[in-house]
Design a protein around this ligand. Structure first.
Ligand code: G1P
Ligand code: ZN
Length: 540
C-alpha cells in the first residue's frame, strides 16, 4: 500500500542513528518516513535481506511490526528478527555478518532512558555490520527532506514470541533466539573452561544489566555457560522503561553497582552495560576502571584470550579518549589510530585489518569480531584476563600504570544548555586556538591546538569539526566538543587528561590529579562563566 506523506523536519541522524522523544517517533508518519528514507537512500529494499531488533524499550515491538510491513511492501526477501523484537546492538551486528545480509535496523536510543516520555531511536547498519557511514546517513537525511510516499503492507502482525519462520505477504520473517549465535561467537573467542574454573573456585561477580537488553545475554553466558552463581546478573529482565533506571553504565547511573563494589565484602569483579548492550563499565573490588584505562589494559593483555592469541594488528581510539592505549600500541610496535567520536569511524580500520581493538572514553570497547562496540564482549575479555593472570583488578591496573605511566582522565558534561550558549563557548575557544601554541596555561606549555579533522587512511574521506583539542607538553590534553546524541538543548563535553609517567604520583584521586587541567579549561574556554553553571552535571 502506497501512503502519501510529506517530509518531516530534523530527521538527521546524529553520532549514532536518529534519536528523538518517543512521542515524536510515534507521531504520524515519523517512523515510516525515516524507514522509507533508509530504503530509498540505500538503493531500495527489493530482494534484500535485513536483520531487525532492538533494546526492548517502549515502542520497540510496535516499531518492529511497522518496519516488517514496510520491508515487505518494499519488496524485501527476508528479515531476521530477534524473538520479542529483542537484539543487542552487537548481536545485531554479528547477525548481519553471519548471515551476509544487506544490513540491519536496530531500534534503540542506547543509554538514553526509555518510556513514553523518554527517548527512542533508529540506527541503520550496513552489510559489514557497522553503523552506516557518514555518506550513507547524509543520503538518508537528504532523502527524508524530499520524501513523498512510503510503502506498507496491509497484513496482520507477526507473532514475535514464536521462534521459527513466518511471512508478511511473500517476505520471509525468521524469528530467532536473540542470544544463541552471539553466545557461540563468544565461546570461540574466550577460554570458557578457564573462566568456569575461576568461578567454581569462588570468584564472585556482579553484572548489572540495568533492566536493559544485556540481561538475557549475561544470564545465558555468565551464569549459564560460565557457571557464575545464580543472582550474579541483576536487573536482568529488559523492561520498556528500564524499570525507571537510566541504563548508562557509568559511576553516576550505575550507582547501585558502585556502592556494592566499594562496600564491605564486595565481589571480585563488577560490570554494567547500557540500554542496547554496546557499552560497558568494569569495576574491581574498591577500584573503578576508567574506559580509557580499560581499553589500554585490554590491548596489553588481549593475547591471553584464545581469539587474540596471534596478537593485535593495531589499536584505535576516538580522539577524546585518553592516550593510554597509544602507549601500549607503541610498546607493542603496532599501529595506533585516532578517530572522531562515534563507532562508525572504526569500521574502515577494522574492515581493512589495520586495527583489532577499538575503544572510546564513553564506555565503549570492541574488536574486529563485530562492527559495533560490545559490552558483554569487553566483560568476557576482562574475565579471561583475570582467569589467566590470577591477580585482582587493582593489581592489574597498578602494574599497568607502573609500566606505561598513568593517564588521569575524566569527562565533565554540561547538559541541556541553550544551543546558542554552547555554540558561543565553542566559537570562543575555536577563535583562540591559533594563538595558543607556545603559550603557558596553569604552568603548562601548549604544544598544539586545533579543531580535529580526520582523514580516513582507508578511503581518504575527511571529517572536519570533530572537537577542539589543546595538547600540552608532556602528554596532558584538554578536549571540548558538542554532543551529537542529545535530544534536548546542547551538551558540552569537556575531556580532561593529565599524564603522569611514574613511578611516583600514580595513586592520586582522579579529580584532584586533574585540578590543574580543570583550571586550565576554565581559563581557556570559560564554560562556567558563559553558562552560569557552577560545575558539570555529570562527571565520569
Ligand atoms: C556519545 C559518546 C560517543 C559514542 C556515542 C554513541 O556521543 O560520546 O563516544 O560513540 O555517544 O554511544 P556524543 O553524545 O558525545 O556525540
Ligand atoms: Zn549503546
Amino acid at each position: 500500500m502506497r501512503v502519501t506523506t510529506n517530509p518531516i523536519e530534523g530527521q538527521k541522524p546524529g553520532t549514532s542513528g536518529l534519536r528523538k522523544k518517543t512521542k515524536v517517533f510515534m507521531s504520524e508518519g515519523y517512523l515510516e518516513n525515516f524507514i522509507q528514507s533508509i530504503f530509498d537512500a540505500t538503493g531500495g529494499a527489493q530482494g534484500r535481506t535485513y536483520v531487525l531488533g532492538g533494546d526492548g524499550r517502549y515502542f520497540n515491538a510496535e516499531a518492529a511490526q511497522i518496519i516488517l510491513k514496510m520491508a515487505a511492501a518494499n519488496g524485501a526477501e527476508r528479515v531476521i528478527i530477534g524473538q520479542g523484537a529483542i537484539l543487542s546492538t552487537p548481536a545485531a551486528s554479528h547477525l548481519i555478518r553471519l548471515n551476509g545480509t544487506d544490513g540491519g535496523i536496530v531500534l534503540s536510543a542506547s543509554h538514553n532512558p526509555g518510556g513514553p516520555d523518554e527517548d527512542f531511536g533508529v540506527k541503520f547498519n550496513g552489510p559489514n555490520g557497522g553503523p552506516a557511514s557518514e555518506a550513507v546517513t547524509e543520503a538518508i537525511f537528504a532523502r527524508s527532506r524530499q520524501i513523498g510516499a512510503y510503502w506498507i503492507a496491509d497484513e496482520p502482525d507477526v507473532d514475535l514470541s514464536r521462534i521459527g519462520m513466518q511471512h508478511v505477504g511473500s517476505m520471509e520473517v525468521s524469528v530467532i533466539d536473540p542470544v544463541a549465535d552471539y553466545a557461540r561467537l563468544m565461546e570461540g573467542l574466550f577460554d570458557f573452561p578457564k573462566i568456569r574454573t575461576m568461578f567454581s573456585g569462588g570468584f564472585r561477580m556482579r553484572f548489572d544489566a540495568m533492566c536493559a537488553v544485556t540481561g538475557p545475554y549475561a544470564k545465558e553466558i555468565i551464569e549459564g555457560r560460565l557457571g557464575a552463581a545464580p543472582g550474579t546478573v541483576v536487573h536482568a529482565d529488559p523492561l520498556p522503561d528500564f524499570g525507571g533506571m537510566h541504563p548508562d553504565p557509568n559511576p553516576t547511573w550505575a550507582h547501585e553497582l558502585m556502592d556494592e563494589m566499594f562496600g564491605e565484602d564486595a565481589p571480585d569483579f563488577g560490570a554494567a552495560s547500557d540500554g542496547d548492550g554496546d557499552r560497558n563499565m568494569v569495576v574491581g573490588q574498591g577500584v573503578y576502571v576508567s574506559p580509557s584505562d580499560s581499553l589500554a589494559v585490554l590491548a596489553a593483555n588481549a593475547h591471553l584470550a584464545p581469539g587474540y592469541r596471534a596478537g593485535l594488528k593495531g589499536v584505535a581510539r576516538s580522539m577524546p579518549t585518553s592516550c593510554a592505549a597509544d602507549l601500549v600500541a607503541d610498546a607493542m610496535g603496532i599501529g595506533a589510530y585516532e578517530t572522531p567520536t562515534g563507532w562508525k569511524f572504526f569500521g574502515n580500520l577494522l574492515d581493512a585489518g589495520r586495527a583489532t581493538l577499538c575503544g572510546e572514553e564513553s564506555f565503549g570497547t570492541g574488536s574486529d569480531h563485530v562492527r559495533e562496540k560490545d559490552g558483554v564482549w569487553a566483560v568476557l575479555l576482562w574475565l579471561n584476563i583475570l582467569a589467566e593472570r590470577t591477580e585482582t583488578v587493582r593489581e592489574i591496573l597498578n602494574g599497568h600504570w607502573r609500566r606505561f605511566g598513568r593517564n588521569y582522565y575524566s569527562r565533565h558534561d554540561y547538559e541541556a544548555l541553550p544551543v546558542d550558549t554552547a555554540n558561543r563557548v565553542m566559537d570562543g575557544l575555536r577563535a583562540r586556538l591559533g594563538d595558543l601554541p607556545g603559550t603557558m596555561v596553569e604552568g603548562m606549555v601548549v604544544q598544539s591546538a586545533d579543531d580535529f579533522a580526520y582523514s580516513d587512511p582507508v578511503d581518504g574521506s575527511v571529517s572536519r569539526g570533530q572537537g577542539l583539542r589543546v595538547v600540552f607538553e608532556g602528554g596532558s590534553r584538554l578536549v571540548l566538543r558538542l554532543s551529537g546524541t542529545g535530544t534536548e538543548g546542547a551538551t558540552l563535553r569537556l575531556y580532561l587528561e593529565r599524564y603522569a609517567a611514574g613511578p611516583e604520583g600514580l595513586d592520586e584521586e582522579v579529580q584532584e590529579a586533574l585540578a590543574p587541567m580543570i583550571r586550565a579549561a576554565e581559563e581557556l574556554a570559560a564554560i562556567r562563566a558563559a553558562t552560569g553553571r557552577v560545575g558539570p552535571d555529570v562527571v565520569t
